[in-house]
Design a protein around this ligand. Structure first.
Ligand SMILES: O=P(O)(O)OC[C@H]1O[C@](O)(COP(=O)(O)O)[C@@H](O)[C@@H]1O
Ligand SMILES: [Mg+2]
Ligand SMILES: [Mg+2]
Length: 353
């Protein structure tokens, strides 16, 4: 495909020809919503929408004004087109029913309208994540219709609102990036067939949670930190933006591993990130780009969902690194590995003679 002048509309019409031709129109509506959100987010403090609301969402998180506005933007752009049986989002307790006056279709759209929203007031990249599933029959969707393993996604993508706005998309045949041309208003294919480098030396994890991690993750991170002096024999670099979209985008561009693993901080939660509208779409994008996405104990895309807002451990990125972390989980679960000993307490450390 000729890079430079292929627009998103042209691309999706070509790629969804046949069984999923109606989905092309839905993706074009999603892209229109992304453009609206890009404008809103890009105004920054001038929009008058900085800061938090008095409300919390279903996960008990204080909603930002932008969480609510971006959610509305996607609902309004996508509800009328006739492709959808329903929508669900991080910001709504239950699925959104398509208003009676609009036609229905067989697709389900589930999204995180503003990912990394804690960053929106500090002018750091945020994003939108979305996943498209299908219902076997047309009609109004219920929550149970969304509870499908990620392997059944028909399409997935994210938008990143950074110095440039990009929409990164898969319809099951590779992962492709489009950059918003602000002059023409078109998304132009600028990153065809993105490939995640297999081996890398960059990791991303919120180390403030280190004491709550399981031993396999403590082992992996300790080995990265030990660098040249440890078993890896090489120095690693670390990044943490606190915006999953920005982390995944960096990994798609230059490799690395991103982890929000299982931890014991809140025993009622098996992880921080949400399966259906954060982990699954990102897992599909990363796998389609040749990377891997795991809970540490299995492929994310094979997790059978039990609830709309279910959380899941996430370890994704360059294949070799993800497989190593999986191996450490396996070693731990089967008792093969030695217990992790903090360097502070190891032989000839601060606390030993
Ligand atoms: O506060 P932490 O632990 O750094 O969490 C950051 C994580 O939370 C998230 O911001 C959650 O997304 P939301 O902003 O959509 O709730 C992820 O993007 C990111 O990986
Ligand atoms: Mg999010
Ligand atoms: Mg969000």
């Amino acid at each position: 495909m000729h890079i430079g002048r292929t627009t998103l509309s042209k691309f999706v019409i070509e790629q969804t020809r046949g069984a999923h031709s109606e989905m092309g129109a839905l993706l074009i509506d999603v892209a229109a919503a992304v453009k609206t959100i890009s404008g809103l987010v890009g105004k920054g403090a001038l929009s008058g929408f900085s800061g938090s609301m008095d409300s919390t969402n279903v996960q008990g998180e204080v909603q930002k004004k932008l969480d609510v506005l971006t959610n509305e933007a996607i609902l309004r752009h996508c509800e009328w087109g006739g492709q959808l049986a329903g929508m669900a989002s991080e910001e709504m307790d239950a699925p959104y029913a398509i208003p009676a006056q609009y036609p229905r279709g067989r697709y389900l759209l589930i999204f995180d309208p503003l990912d990394g929203s804690s960053n929106s007031d500090v002018n750091v990249s945020v994003g939108t994540i979305f996943s498209i599933l299908q219902r076997s029959t047309a009609g109004d969707a219920e929550a149970a219709d969304f509870l499908q393993p990620g392997a059944q996604q028909i399409a997935a993508g994210y938008a990143i609102y950074g110095p440039s706005t990009m929409l990164v998309l898969t319809v099951g045949s590779g992962t492709h990036g489009f950059t918003l041309d602000r002059e023409s208003g078109n998304f132009i294919l600028t990153h065809a067939d993105i490939r995640v480098p297999e081996a890398t030396r960059e990791f991303a994890i919120n180390t403030s949670n280190a004491r709550f991690w399981e031993p396999p993750v403590q082992r992996y991170v300790a080995e990265c930190q030990a660098g040249k002096t440890g078993v890896r024999g090489e120095d690693f670099n670390m990044r943490w933006i606190a915006s999953m979209v920005a982390e995944v985008h960096r990994i798609l561009m230059r490799g690395g591993i991103f982890m929000y693993p299982k931890d014991s901080k809140d025993p009622s939660r098996p992880g921080r990130l949400r399966l259906l509208y954060e982990a699954n779409p990102m897992a599909m994008l990363v796998e389609q780009a040749g990377g891997a996405a795991s809970t540490g104990r299995g492929r994310i895309l094979e997790v059978v969902p039990e609830a709309l807002h279910q959380r899941v451990p996430v370890i994704l990125g360059s294949r070799e690194e993800v497989e190593r972390v999986e191996r450490y989980h396996h070693d731990h679960d089967t008792g093969v590995d030695r217990p992790y000993v903090s360097p502070l307490f190891a032989e000839r450390s601060l606390f030993r003679d």
